[in-house]
Design a protein. Sequence first.
Length: 244
Amino acid sequence: MKKLFMVLAVLGFIAISAQYAVAQTESTDLSAQSEMPIHQQLKTKFIEGGAQFMAAILLCLILGLALAIERIIYYALSQTNTKKLLSQVEDALSNGDVESAKDICRNTRGPVASIFYQGIIRIDQGLDVVEKSIISYGSVQTSQLEKGLSWIQLFIAVAPMLGFLGTVLGMITAFDNIQAAGDISPNVVAGGMKIALITTVGGLVVAIILQFFYNYLLSRIDSIVSEMEDTSIAFMDILSKTQK
């Protein structure tokens, strides 16, 4: 009886030791992964997700960010001190110096100055013609502000789709591996599912990043368009005063 008890005790000790060794190995792997630099972790996940789909998702991110940065710079250059511009144009027109008003608008960057210039060059044709030209050219400037946003919106939609496509194909590969192995092994299923889901995560992350930039750009456009409308009304008031 004592011998049986000793044998069971030894077997239990061996089992506990083996379980502890496995836990230690897993914790070592996790700690090694956590100590890995972030760019190395991203590189590893990129390779695990499949180069063809992850490369396409990364391309969507690069192109989308490039367009967003270009638009941000364009909007920054479109900012105008409208109060100063209105004051200078009003002084020039009050003195009857139309050419000076044209020069002021030409030398001032931004869509507001361009709209003013289109109105001033038609000032001799009457206020109705000036108003129509301002409205028409305002639409042109708004189209220029919105240029490129449709591509960013396309990348926002395409990136998750590529991720989902990679996930579906990865799951098909996982089921093929299960069929080839003839057994629903957790290792076979987990490996395929992990690779499949990485592409979806990548696509969703890219879409989220680009969506933030897209909404920011829309807010900037609304601000600039609102400024264009307000200054155009003030500009027409100045013309009506100076033409009397």
